[in-house]
Design a protein. Structure first.
Length: 119
């Protein structure tokens, strides 16, 4: 009885083992995606040429888009740096205002709503 039961369990284990290893993963990566695969897509049934799409082409396109974004960011940062050189932003006497504050005598000072100070 025990021998028959052990033989049946061994057969079931072997069948399960072969069922899991029947897929060929030699060309694919760890996640089952073949990075260099080309896929054919038919355009129509009239017999026109088939277009080949590659994952590499999509990857190259994404790299180009990334480089374009980096160039745009560099350009924007350069413009901001140029803007920050203006005295409104770099000179501390402006104190966050567009126009330079007037220096009035102590008796004639006015309250500034923008910076909430008398000057």
């Amino acid at each position: 009885m025990r021998i028959g039961l052990t033989v049946i369990l061994i057969l079931i284990a072997n069948l399960m083992l072969f069922a899991q290893t029947s897929r060929d993963n030699s060309k694919t990566g760890s996640h089952g995606i073949d990075r260099g695969a080309t896929y054919k897509v038919k355009t129509s049934r009239s017999g026109k040429k088939q277009i080949k799409h590659s994952i590499r082409k999509d990857f190259d396109r994404k790299i180009e888009e990334y480089e374009e974004r980096m160039e745009q960011n560099a350009k924007r940062n350069k413009q901001l740096a140029k803007k920050m050189k203006k005295p409104q932003y770099s000179d501390p006497t402006y104190f966050g205002q567009k126009k330079k504050k007037k220096k009035r005598p102590p008796g004639k000072k006015k309250f500034c709503k923008e910076c909430e100070m008398y000057h």
